[in-house]
Design a protein around this ligand. Sequence first.
Ligand code: ZN
Ligand code: ZN
Length: 232
Amino acid sequence: MWGSLDWLYPPVCGGCNLGGFRWCPDCRQQVQLVPEPVCRICGLPLTRPGLCPNCKESIPPYEMMRSWLVFEGPIRHALHKLKYRRNVALGDALAQHFREYVSTLSWPVDLVVPVPLGKERMKERGYNQVGLVARPLAAVNHWRYAPRAVVRSRETRSQVGLTVAERKENVSGAFLGEAALVSGTTVLLMDDVATTGATLSACATAILDAGARSVYALTLARALPHHGLKNV
Ligand SMILES: [Zn+2]
Ligand SMILES: [Zn+2]
């Protein structure tokens, strides 16, 4: 399959544009795993193991949220590329490396569901960039892929630049789960980047309301508190 995709997209690294690679050895070395220890539930890096203050105050709807890499450097470039170009081959390449991390989690997944775009953005872009990684990740693990298991029930504004409280408010009740698809299943909910986790929480709530047994949240990258809320 890559042969025909090479014609459309000559292989260049998603992180640094080096020719001949989709995700080059240099970028693979440069990326940073989210540093341990992390909050047992939401995956936020902590100074010692346990729960973060937010999860202590109110338990998130998902069982656990985990992210592969810190949202910096090559992965930031690569995710930006996926957003503006339907680069199926780059999504495949990232999924191939992501799967090693995902297998260490040993989550009991039945169904993979990407966080959906709003109708307007879907019309503009024509595809959901999360699906470019979620679909091949589901395929290699023999998990069912259900891109329409959760939809946006109303348009929301971009979360970029909003405060923690505004983010929660912005996406609260904005999603609707499809009972026929999720009922009784354990769902792996996927997004490209997590910042406060507000979108993933709102989506997880919708999926659980539609009858899912449990939801695990997963992202390729995580923006950490020192990245701030202005740009992500
Ligand atoms: Zn590279
Ligand atoms: Zn937490």
